[in-house]
Ligand binder design. Structure first.
Ligand code: MTE
Ligand code: MO
Length: 516
């Protein structure tokens, strides 16, 4: 279409002639982004333009929108976000290309604006340093160079005089070259940026206070029930990070400071040299909906938080422990809760192995009984004793609760909602939790009838969940199953529904099964 003879008097209305300009914009953006990705691979993978913009959007997203995204996309929310940033960028780049056809400065200006936004995003991350501007600079230089080159070829290809294929070939060659360049730069950047730390090199000390061996769970006898201990590989993951921080133990340290008489900093080896405890603890995310999957149970090993606090000699004004991760993310833990005798710890191991990168290597906080966002800081690097009035953590600034004990709840694992099962004897089973208070009993209700007591699985302490099951003679038809738990103090799981925001969901899970 490009070399079709045209009416020289009306060049601007030729159909399709905007296409090379749109392509020029898109490819220039791709090449620039790829160059930025490469430089980010050398500096810090998280400063790659699309990632930096994505992280900034996560921080800026109002809580209701974030809740909606988590509810609709679940753990795909990050992929959806990055794809959206990419698509919007490419659409804007296409527009910039088309605008450049008439007013070069406008199109180029739009691209510059996009890069400036990406640069600003990278430079306003909590831990940003001057080097974090480099990916955006690379994006700018390569993006503008590619844009100007392709615009020149687009001009030639669409010029009224271009009736031969030569000029079109020039554009295609240019476009091909820029595409290839983008692929190479992006590919190398991806390789550089995906270097990972190797937690298996850490030699774990023997804990002074070991956990009692975990009893055998019901998973062998009740098919479909959650395993009593969640394997690390299937443990839920929740954090604000688009890329998993890769923290080497070599440069890592843990500082304890703020309102303390004796501030100190520990290297990783110094932390490992302290006495350690090992405990079975079930973690839950405040974003977990009733019946949801943001819960996992593991064995954790680490240094008692109170040992660190005692060594620092906490002052009299502090009411919270503000913990900071290597990327600047912060969590507040109420000081009185951390000191009430529960097994809060700076953990270095999960299920008998060093923490994995996604779960916070080399060290993280674990606070039994509190939702993760107020007690489970991953990639931990600082514990600051301060007040809620003086400093607010990430989620506190976003109006989430400061005091957030995990609510009593229970979940049906088997049968699954809307599952079709054959009539006859079957088993209803699942898990129930009331961390730090303990589960006394679980009851199941079939078709709105009486609450029937379920049988409980083994007990691994009040901070750990309980498996439960109830044999059931299923008759043909549609049935509604519900479950509720009671804690050791006799408090029954409420039927009152609450959303995860601001202090965790409540209500009773109810599922429908089809028996034939
Ligand atoms: N650094 C950091 N730590 C964090 C978070 C985070 O976003 N960044 N999220 C918290 C939340 S909301 C939860 S529920 C737990 C989840 O821990 P997991 O991913 O190991 O299951 O980590 C907590 N620690
Ligand atoms: Mo969470």
């Amino acid at each position: 279409m490009l070399d079709r003879p045209e009416n020289p008097l009306r060049p601007a209305t030729r159909r399709g002639s905007a296409v090379p300009y749109a392509v020029a914009g898109v490819l220039a953006a791709a090449a620039g982004t790829a160059a930025g990705h490469l430089v980010a691979g050398l500096v810090d993978p998280a400063t790659s333009p699309v990632l930096a913009v994505g992280s900034t959007l996560i921080d800026l997203t109002p809580t209701p929108v974030k809740d909606w995204a988590i509810a609709h996309f679940g753990t795909n929310d990050k992929l959806v976000l990055l794809t959206s940033v990419g698509v919007v960028t490419l659409v804007l780049a296409a527009v910039a290309g088309i605008l450049s056809r008439r007013r070069r400065a406008v199109g180029v200006g739009l691209i510059v604006l996009l890069v400036v936004l990406a640069g600003a995003a990278a430079l306003t991350r909590p831990t940003a340093g001057p080097l974090d501007a480099l990916p955006a600079l690379a994006t700018l230089v390569v993006g503008i160079a590619a844009l100007l080159l392709l615009l020149r070829e687009a001009d030639r290809a669409t010029a009224p005089a271009s009736t031969s294929g030569t000029s079109r070939r020039g554009f295609l060659l240019g476009a091909g070259g820029v595409t290839l360049g983008a692929l190479v730069l992006g590919g190398v950047g991806q390789r550089l940026g995906s270097r990972t730390v190797d937690p298996s090199k850490v030699a774990l000390p023997t804990p002074q206070s070991a956990a009692t061996p975990l009893p055998t769970g019901l998973e062998k006898t009740v098919p479909g029930i959650s395993s009593f201990r969640t394997p690390t590989a299937s443990f839920y993951r929740v954090d604000t990070n688009l890329t998993v921080p890769q923290v080497s133990t070599a440069g890592w340290s843990l500082a304890v400071d703020g309102d303390v008489g004796n501030p100190f900093t520990l290297s990783f080896d110094e932390l490992l040299a302290m006495p350690m405890i090992e405990r079975d603890i079930t973690m839950t995310c405040v974003s977990n909906e009733v019946g949801g999957g943001y819960i996992g149970a593991a064995t954790w090993q680490g240094v008692r938080l109170t040992d660190l606090l005692d060594r620092a000699k906490v002052g009299s004004t502090a009411d919270q422990i503000l913990s900071t991760a290597v990327d600047g993310f912060t969590i507040s833990t109420p000081l009185d809760v951390a000191r009430d005798g529960r097994d809060a710890m700076v953990a270095v191991a999960m299920n008998g192995a060093p923490l994995t990168d996604v779960h916070g290597f080399p060290a993280r906080l674990i606070t039994p009984g509190l939702y993760g966002f107020v007690g489970a800081t991953k990639w931990l690097t600082r514990l600051t004793l301060t007040t809620y009035a003086a400093q607010q953590a990430y989620w506190t600034k976003r109006q989430w609760a400061t005091d957030a004990p995990i609510k009593i709840s229970s979940r049906i694992d088997t049968p699954r909602g809307l599952q079709s099962i054959p009539a006859g004897r079957t088993v209803i089973g699942g898990v129930a939790w009331a961390q730090h208070r303990g589960v006394k009993g679980v009851e199941v209700q079939v078709d709105g009838g009486d609450w029937q007591p379920a049988k409980l699985g083994p007990d691994a302490g009040v901070d750990y969940w309980r498996q439960w099951y109830l044999p059931w003679d299923a008759t043909s038809g549609q049935h509604t199953l519900a479950v509720r738990a009671t804690d050791l103090q006799g408090q029954v799981q409420t039927a009152d529904r609450a959303t995860p925001f601001p202090s965790g969901s409540s209500g009773i899970q109810s599922i429908v099964v089809l028996v034939s």
